[in-house]
Design a protein around this ligand. Structure first.
Ligand code: NAD
Ligand code: UDX
Length: 481
């Protein structure tokens, strides 16, 4: 029986390995992590991450050919194929701070593999890493190898949170990069055989190592660039009376452009887009390509602009002050169907509102008050270094933030409602009931285009929806970003 061990039981390692175990009953899969809490979660009835369909997959294989363990050394030592799926956040200090990928976790995983291995191994980069990382890893393993031979493969993961299981079941493509040597090609074949148990052969792409590493950064940059493009157009729509949904629909009908990933929003979030583009920018700078670096940096700048534009719109519409006013925030996760809040636009929007002294009442079906408190207490990029945190409860800011049990509680006695995540339940709310319980004029700021603007205006709300024609109230109160 082939044994796979995955280092890192996070949003990628957990679901990816669960699906491999489900689809390949003849492979033993062990997921290891240094976090005891995470592993305990994976071994419990309440998994550490919320992902539709994941409970079912884990239930089918855990205890059969899937296990979760903190015995990192033993399982890595025994494995034939070792996936490395540890976090690769943005560096917060030192050379390249605020841009370069922090490879501390990666390097320590590589050194540990070298320490505990007694048999030849295929080491698979699952984490998103700077191009040429495989070369660095090869060096660490070769210099500490004690006769053990390694083949490094790049197999970046393209799943999106909220649809991870579905993405893993039917990926658009699986990408495997390896050395163009007989040993390298054999390793690529071995990994291809694993995926080929459920992914059609024509969807498994093989490339050289550097192309695979760079393709992941490029794919995320292209996706994020589409959102910044449509968000930039949303600002022009508001200025001109065009409707961004109509523009996106018309643009997306061109088969060369395609309709997906063109929803205007309060800004993209998540642990990947910003981090990976910053990393790309840094790599371009390091290779002496400042024009290319500048091109991609604009994608992030527009995203930051979109978030601050939203806050400015809220404050300027409400007579240029939200001090002491209750504002309901519906949705805190970075997208629907996940409890993940890493780099969620809600953090920047809430911080903006709190900076203007608003009292914020937050409701999200999957995010706890504890998580919100951590996020709002944190500096940019610090979400992967939580040990430096002061809890929000120790600050004055805590008095301005509360959690609500549902949208109606959040909106009670509020002056405004801000929709920051596109949870399906926000489409079907009884907005008349919310209106009746709010101060007047009652405002709705829809950062995800989920509400029916005309209906809400009929109820009596002053409505702002990203990129939609403004009502007269908002035209009279222009927001400057
Ligand atoms: P995560 O933070 O959820 O999980 C990483 C896990 O690795 C943590 O549980 C951590 O404790 C563990 N870890 C760190 N160092 C370790 C070590 N030396 N030994 C054992 N365990 C260790 O991160 P994630 O979201 O799963 O992302 C992992 C990688 O995958 C990143 O490079 C990310 O860019 C990439 N990626 C993420 C997504 C996504 O949607 N989250 C999608 C594609 C790719
Ligand atoms: C992304 C990539 O899609 C995935 O391939 C990669 O493996 C990891 O990074 P993820 O961040 O989980 O996945 O979610 P995604 O669906 O890409 O959404 C990212 C952000 O963009 C979210 O905040 C989402 O709300 C926003 N978004 C997405 C928009 O604002 N508009 C869109 O049209 C699509």
């Amino acid at each position: 029986m082939v044994k796979i061990c995955c280092i890192g039981a996070g949003y990628v390692g957990g679901p990816t390995m669960a699906v491999i175990a489900l689809k390949c009953p003849s492979i033993e899969v062990v997921v290891v992590d240094i976090s005891e809490q995470r592993i305990a979660g994976w071994n419990s009835e309440r998994l550490p991450i919320y992902e539709p369909g994941l409970d079912d997959v884990v239930r089918q294989c855990r205890g059969r050919n899937l296990s979760f363990s903190t015995e990192v050394h033993r399982h890595v030592g025994d494995a034939d194929i070792v996936f490395v799926s540890v976090n690769t956040p943005t560096k917060t200090c030192g050379l390249g701070a605020g841009k370069a990928a922090d490879l501390t976790y990666w390097e320590s995983a590589a050194r540990m593999i070298a320490d505990v291995s007694r048999s030849d191994k295929i080491v698979v980069e699952k984490s998103t890493v700077p191009v040429k990382t495989a070369e660095a890893i090869e060096k660490i393993l070769a210099h500490n190898g004690r006769g053990v031979r390694y083949q490094i493969l790049s197999n970046p993961e393209f799943l999106a949170e909220g649809t991870a299981v579905q993405d893993l079941f039917a990926p658009d493509r699986v990408l495997i990069g390896g050395r163009e040597t007989p040993e390298g090609r054999a390793a690529v074949r071995a990994l291809k055989d694993v995926y080929a148990q459920w992914v059609p052969e024509e969807r498994i792409i093989t490339t050289n190592l550097w192309s695979a590493e760079l393709s992941k950064l490029a794919a995320n940059a292209f996706l994020a660039q589409r959102i910044s493009s449509v968000n930039a157009i949303s600002a022009l729509c508001e200025a001109t009376g065009a409707d961004v949904a109509q523009v996106a629909h018309s643009v997306g009908r061109d088969a060369r452009i395609g309709p997906r990933f063109l929803s205007a929003s309060v800004g993209f979030g998540g642990s990947c887009f910003q981090k990976d583009i910053l990393n790309l920018v840094y790599i371009c700078e390091c290779y002496g390509l400042p024009e290319v670096a500048g091109y991609w940096r604009e994608v992030i700048r527009i995203n930051d602009y979109q978030k601050s534009r939203f806050v400015n719109r809220v404050v300027s519409s409400m007579f240029n002050t939200v001090a002491g006013k209750k504002v309901a925030v519906l949705g805190f996760a970075f997208k629907k169907d996940t409890g993940d809040t890493r780099e969620t636009p809600a953090i920047d929007v809430c911080k903006g509102l709190l900076g203007d002294k608003a009292v914020v009442s937050i409701y999200d079906p999957q995010v706890t008050g504890e998580q919100v408190s951590r996020d709002l207490a944190m500096n940019k990029f610090d979400w992967d270094h939580p040990r430096h945190l002061q809890p929000l409860s120790d600050t004055d800011l805590a008095k301005q933030v509360g959690m609500a049990a549902d949208a109606y509680e959040a909106a009670r006695d509020a002056h405004a409602v801000c929709i920051l995540t596109e949870w399906d339940e926000f489409r079907g709310l009884d907005y008349r009931r919310m209106f009746d319980a709010m101060h007047k004029p009652a405002f709705i700021f829809d950062g995800r285009n989920v509400v029916d603007v005309a209906k809400l205006r009929e109820i009596g709300f002053v409505v702002y929806s990203i990129g939609k024609p403004l009502d007269d109230w908002l035209k009279d109160m222009p927001a400057v970003a």
